[in-house]
Design a protein around this ligand. Sequence first.
Ligand code: MG
Length: 285
Amino acid sequence: MKELVTLKTAEQVATMRRAGKVVAEMLARTTAAVRPGITTGELDRIAAQVLKERGATSSFLGYYGFPATICTSVNDEIVHGIPGRRRLKEGDIIGIDAGAIVGGWHADAAATVPVGRVSDDALRLIRVTEEALRRGITAAKAGGRLGDIGAAVQSFAERNGFSVVRNYVGHGIGRAMHEPPQVPNFGTAGVGRPIGAGLCIAIEPMLNSGGKETRLLDDGWTVVTADGSLSAHFEHTVAVTDAGPVVLTAAEPARGAARSAAAGELAAAPARRGEAVAAGSRRRK
Ligand code: MG
């Protein structure tokens, strides 16, 4: 069945921004707690506490049976690691992925941070992945094509010697966490679906220090690098406006275009439907 890409109105985007602020706080408080000796389950409880305080709910808990509030992916784990008894140790890196629902609208973001002192290589992987996300966001312009985003991420990642995961991609987001279109972190500029104002997408580069191949663990969730190399993951939920991309999951105070969005000055986005594309999802189809 084909699903349609929906473009969001300014009012809908404003609600997603409320969800995005909660996600930003979940990431701020969990990453601030990361240190050698803490368990991933403790980080999950911190994230759940933020949701409780803000009257929001988790996008992840119960999603296809996912058992936790956030995903915690350590070292060679790329995405979808399940929080639990694992105790972080000095030199690890951990990706934390959080999603929140406010008023029926979702926001989704992720960040990777070091645990104590880490190797220069691990730190460089983290920094390059974050910069790749920034470049992908900058490429999300009305009048452009989805391939512009993937090309921006891929070219920067590969120029820095890292590989881009192909089996998992970013996605449209709105009333559901995963909506069409799929947003690959690789591709060719100038090709793919047109990007229009009102498009809301989660851009989420996953970069590996080794090969791009992935493997799914027996828990049915955790995705790891096939060669055991390190992986980093950054993600933001972004709304495309006529004034440029707005990061809905930015921590306050938002800067630049994001500030005008926070102040309710979003360019009006028409509530029309785009072309039919294949359904977006966490697993690339
Ligand atoms: Mg996502």
